[in-house]
Design a binder for this molecule. Structure first.
Ligand code: PBG
Length: 324
């Protein structure tokens, strides 16, 4: 019998050797922890569909961020739930809105050691739960929404946000926000654009957490159709031309081909959002003992990075940080 000439197994024989030849490594520096802060809560509230994740008060948020920093996670993205919602999402750009307060407190605790990213959208703040201003006929008014996003970005910038992350998928949103920031002296404030954000069934638990499920219809007239890959390149190219500094794909695992395509075509850093439903599926299966949760968490995050994402927004940040 002839011996095989090529033996890839030679480099797999010990953990040290496997580490030495690993092409992809996860680091805490690449992880962004999404956090929810709700106005008017007396204590943090668990989110049933996202085991281990909570709606925070300002004070439990500070503690959570201290815990994150202690395990080496230095970036967070904030989502706010106001005490009162209305048709235009007034809580989003109120100078004393919940996210604006949270930014100020976290920046005073951690200064430049922490990157505080802020979601710029309307759904958390509107009584109808849509990401934009609604016309009489129920459709979303793109350009009226842009003015709201610009105003929210400015409120967040004034409160000390380190990066604005528009997630509403309105046409021209990056340009509108960039323009407003520049006109008001925030020329150095970066934008992380949710560029290829798909209309996904995997956002359900987030809508529990942010209390933002649409009260009628769905988001398919503004979020992308799962059937489309080439359209993601158009969205990304537009966002970059309008001034996006980082482009994002969301969700992550069902869209690894999109992450890879964008990574290969554009030099800007690519972020991927491992979303609430991806987290919930993993946690539910692990809780039943059907999968090894820790192994699968590391496998998922490594795959996202391997596909080309250099940053990952993930609810797993705190628990996986001590593992590498
Ligand atoms: C919209 C927004 C959503 C998520 C992030 N920003 C919800 C949506 O589009 O319905 C979902 C994130 C997740 O599921 O973890 N502001």
């Amino acid at each position: 019998m002839a011996f095989p000439t090529h033996r890839p197994r030679r480099l797999r024989s010990t953990p040290a050797l496997r580490k030495l030849v690993a092409e992809t490594t996860l680091t805490r520096d690449d992880l962004i922890a999404p956090l929810f802060v709700k106005e008017g809560l007396n204590d943090s509230e668990p989110i049933v569909s996202m085991p281990g994740i909570e709606q925070h008060t300002l004070s439990t948020l500070r503690k959570e961020v201290n815990d994150l920093v202690n395990v080496g996670i230095n970036s967070v993205i904030l989502f706010g739930i106001p005490a009162h919602k209305d048709g235009v999402g007034s809580g989003g750009d109120a100078p004393d809105g919940i996210v604006q307060q949270a930014i100020a407190e976290l920046k005073s605790d951690h200064g430049d050691n922490l990157v505080v990213i802020t979601d710029d959208c309307l759904d958390e703040y509107t009584d109808h739960g849509h990401c934009g201003i609604i016309r009489e006929d129920g459709s979303v008014d793109n350009d009226a929404t842009l003015e709201r996003y610009a105003s929210i970005a400015l409120a967040q910038a004034r409160a000390g946000s380190d990066m604005i992350a528009p997630s509403g998928m309105m046409d021209g949103q990056v340009g509108a926000i960039r323009h407003a920031l520049d006109e008001n002296g925030f020329t150095q404030l970066p934008i992380m654009a949710y560029s290829a954000k798909y209309a996904s069934g995997e956002y359900g638990p987030f809508r529990d957490a942010a209390e933002c499920a649409p009260s009628f219809g769905d988001r398919r007239s503004y979020q992308m159709d799962k059937a489309n890959a080439r359209e993601a390149l158009i969205e990304t190219e537009l966002d970059i031309s309008e001034g996006a500094d980082i482009v994002m794909v969301k969700p992550a695992l069902a869209y690894l081909d999109i992450i890879k395509a964008i990574h290969d075509l554009f030099p800007e850093p690519v972020a991927a959002y491992h979303v609430s439903g991806e987290y919930a599926m993993l946690k539910a299966a692990a809780a039943n003992g059907w999968i090894d949760g820790q192994a699968v968490a590391l496998e998922h995050l490594t795959s996202i990075k391997r596909a080309g994402a250099s940053l990952i927004l993930t609810y797993l940040a705190k628990e996986v940080a001590p593992l590498f």
